[in-house]
Design a protein around this ligand. Structure first.
Ligand code: GLU
Length: 547
């Protein structure tokens, strides 16, 4: 068969020679050991935690080694393309402080671009043409119907499904048959003519999983679709070669495609990059562990973390905890060091499923937030409220001096042991709402209404916002004594049956009346911040409800 003629018929025109491309995209001038890594998402509009997980690993490896991390957009599948998706990817990753050096909309060195696969059509065609000329690729005219009939037949015969060997009908077409079909104007795809043998297995060194056994590929996978656009597999081989990627860290769901990729690199005459297949994020569902699912788990979407107002560093710290087995220990030892100083290493990445647990993330979040200054907290909450808060919540930020007093109280004094009440911005803004309005009661009184009302009335009689906290507390104790509650905790513990309760119950009733909550920071300070008038107003309102 005249393969040159066939290649010209299938992909007419002059294409640059492989050597031209090699010169156009020369090996990168980087130091020894520098890794070039990438994130290569499809612009589907759904950027998820798995993307972030793998992005952080790639970013850390590149930058710790003095290398480069780039962003490539895999937009070969138009059906999945969503407007604004690239912006969404970029913003989401920037939010979590994943820094790219170059790539789509990044604005760095463009030598290795374009970064959108749809803009690289020529290079894929050039190499597909080369493969056809060399007899390593051929046109396939099979229709969808024929392919699904083939699949059914193989399934019925309990054979491996796919387009390979004897089943690959178009692989065996004569020159005459091919030209007949072409002349008839039948649409076609270009397939790899695989030379692999599934009876052959070999050992492959995965950077994360270690030595794994791989079976040779024998599938004649599609490399160019009927519209001349490459498949993921083919574009991956061409792009990672010419973008000079040295290490591909990607999700382990791609492990099954590894044999295809290895064959493609070899057919193209390219050296393979190193691969590391990263474990999937799992969660406990009752007794069983399963992969995080788009349908069932809102926490898979990165949007979830922004909407809920997770502190981005907390998410990053948790991801690093899951990514590198020695991170947690390092972080406990050096909580003040920049995360960049952690000696991230591929060898410490987990070989099997990482268990993702929102409770654990919440603990980390509380810790991270407790390390902010009140001013930093204000900025963080404000950013969240501007994007996601209600009109009322946005209003909390009008008087920043007031809000700072609130935050100072709710966070505790820096340097001392700090409170850890805040988990996310959304939850924190909800928690401080009582400083801005008398909201609904979230906790119930635990003492009878009559006692509670007596306490509130007695308090109103003696309350003076000018009292310091000691005088204020003396008055609360007096109310306790007067109404049959123990003001002395020791006496109460010695014989609790002699009292209606203790001064703690008295304070709790006051706390619930003023804030709606049984647990708050120091009540005297809350009353100072609210002011005497508002404090009285709230207590009176509480009495009126009961009247
Ligand atoms: N476009 C693929 C994805 O979104 C990229 C996989 C890879 O990293 O090679 O999962």
């Amino acid at each position: 068969m005249d393969l040159k003629k066939l290649a010209e018929r299938l992909l007419p025109g002059e294409y640059p020679a492989p050597a031209d491309y090699e010169a156009l995209y020369p090996p990168r001038a980087l130091g020894k050991g520098a890794e070039v890594t990438r994130l290569a998402p499809s612009p589907t509009g759904f950027i998820h935690l798995g993307n972030l997980f793998v992005a952080i690993a790639n970013e850390r490896i590149a930058h710790r080694s003095g290398g480069i991390m780039f962003l490539r957009i895999e937009d070969t599948d138009l059906k999945r393309k969503v407007e604004g998706a690239v912006e969404a990817v970029k913003n989401a990753l920037r939010y979590f402080d994943v820094r790219f050096d170059e790539g789509a909309e990044i604005g760095g060195d463009d030598t290795y671009g374009p970064w959108y696969q749809r803009q690289r059509a020529e290079i894929y065609r050039a190499f597909a043409k080369k493969l056809i000329e060399e007899g390593r690729a051929y046109p396939c005219f099979c229709t969808e119907e024929e392919l699904s009939a083939l699949r059914e037949k193989q399934t019925a015969e309990k054979k491996v499904t796919g387009y390979y060997g004897e089943y690959a009908v178009c692989r065996h077409l004569s020159e005459e048959e091919i030209y007949q079909k072409l002349d008839a104007g039948l649409p076609y795809v270009i397939r790899l003519r695989s030379q692999g043998d599934p009876a052959h297995k070999f050992t492959f060194r995965d950077q994360i999983k270690g030595d794994i056994t791989v079976t040779e590929n024998d599938q004649d996978v599609v490399i160019l679709k009927s519209d001349g656009i490459p498949t993921y597999h083919f574009a991956h081989a061409v792009d990672d070669h010419f973008m000079r990627t040295t290490l591909v860290i990607r999700g382990e769901e791609w492990l099954a495609s590894l044999p295809v990729h290895l064959e493609l690199f070899s057919a193209l005459g390219f050296a393979c990059p190193k691969y590391g297949h990263n474990c999937s994020l799992m969660k406990m569902d009752g007794e069983t562990k399963r992969k995080l699912s788009k349908r069932k788990d809102p926490e898979l979407s990165l949007e979830f973390y922004r909407r809920e107002g997770y502190f981005p560093r907390a998410v990053k710290v948790y991801m690093l905890t899951l990514l590198n087995s020695n991170f947690e220990e390092w972080y406990a030892k050096f909580p003040e060091k920049p995360l960049e100083e952690f000696p991230f290493s591929v060898s410490k990445m987990g070989k099997s499923g990482a268990l993702f647990d929102l409770d654990k993330l919440n603990d980390i979040s509380k810790n991270e937030l407790s390390r902010l200054s009140a001013e930093e907290m204000l900025c963080f909450l404000k950013d969240w409220a501007e994007a996601f808060g209600s009109e009322e919540e946005k209003g909390y930020f009008r008087d920043e001096a007031y809000l700072l007093r609130v935050l100072n109280l709710c966070m505790g004094t820096a340097g001392k042991k700090r409170r850890k009440d805040f988990t996310t911005a959304k939850q924190a803004v909800g928690l401080i709402a009582y400083f801005f309005r008398k909201g609904e009661r979230t906790d119930e009184y635990r003492i009878p209404a009559a006692d509670k009302n007596a306490i509130l009335r007695a308090f109103l009689e003696t309350f003076d916002e000018g009292d310091d906290s000691q005088v204020w507390f003396q008055k609360v104790k007096q109310i306790a004594d007067m109404l049959g509650f123990a003001s002395d905790m020791k006496a109460y513990k010695a014989d609790s049956s002699a009292y209606k309760g203790s001064v703690a119950d008295v304070a709790e009733a006051l706390r619930i009346a003023v804030t709606g909550r049984a647990n708050t920071p120091d009540l005297w300070t809350i009353m100072q911040i609210l002011g005497g008038e508002e404090t009285r107003r709230r207590i009176r309102a509480e009495l009126e409800v009961q009247a």
